[in-house]
Design a protein around this ligand. Structure first.
Ligand SMILES: Cc1cc2nc3c(=O)[nH]c(=O)nc-3n(C[C@H](O)[C@H](O)[C@H](O)COP(=O)(O)OP(=O)(O)OC[C@H]3O[C@@H](n4cnc5c(N)ncnc54)[C@H](O)[C@@H]3O)c2cc1C
Length: 170
């Protein structure tokens, strides 16, 4: 069997004549494993796989309260918040469902904006399919600029509020 992450492929055009074929298979033989109980794991955050815009935060954010800066940008762009692993796993500032990358989710938004993210391969793996990648980082040599379509070298604490201010005028 095969599984495909959400939004990996565009839907096929209806007019190409292919409708697919659903085949019912018989149930697998009984297993020695006995299911005692099923519990649905409660989600702490929205599913960012579906988001058209994702504003992702990294260690460049100095304290938890400053996530508000990223939230404001996400709101003005009509998007959702995501993060790097240190933000969810080490700082515990955001739920693990929002971690993007190798050990997190793979996303395919129209626009990804990385704030204070270095662009390590484990994170970039999760954003490769974004249509447009923007990065804001104060280090001009940050690897994220190697994968970004648009980059701003600067301090996110001064760049993001200005960006929000301009976007609000549109
Ligand atoms: C097995 C394994 C799996 C992993 N899986 C994942 C994963 O799924 N997802 C993931 O994200 N990581 C994962 N990681 C961790 C990954 O290797 C990186 O450590 C992590 O992505 C780095 O996060 P970061 O960019 O937030 O932090 P850093 O690498 O510390 O980068 C912070 C960046 O912020 C910039 N900065 C600092 N202050 C400012 C400011 N004021 N304005 C602008 N820029 C600023 C700095 O210049 C720097 O580039 C994994 C690691 C391992 C070993």
């Amino acid at each position: 069997m095969a599984t495909i992450p959400p939004r990996t492929f565009e839907p096929t055009a209806a007019e190409d004549g292919r409708n697919g074929h659903i085949r019912e298979l018989s149930a697998p033989p009984p297993s020695a494993v006995k299911v005692l109980e099923r519990k649905v794991k409660a989600r702490e955050a929205k599913n960012i796989n579906e988001a058209r815009v994702v504003v992702s935060v990294g260690r460049g954010i100095e304290k938890k309260e400053d996530l508000a800066i990223a939230r404001e940008l996400a709101d003005v762009l009509g998007g959702e918040i995501g993060c790097t692993r240190p933000i969810s796993e080490e700082m515990h500032w955001l739920p693990e469902e929002l971690c993007i990358g190798l050990s997190g989710v793979q996303i395919k938004p129209d626009l990804y904006v990385g704030l204070g993210i270095s662009g390590q391969i484990q994170h970039v793996t999760g954003i490769r399919n974004a249509r447009v990648i923007c990065a804001i980082n104060k280090d001009e040599n940050a690897p994220v600029f190697g994968v970004a379509d648009f980059g701003i070298v600067g301090d996110l604490y001064s760049v993001v509020p200005k960006l929000v201010q301009e976007l609000k005028k549109i």
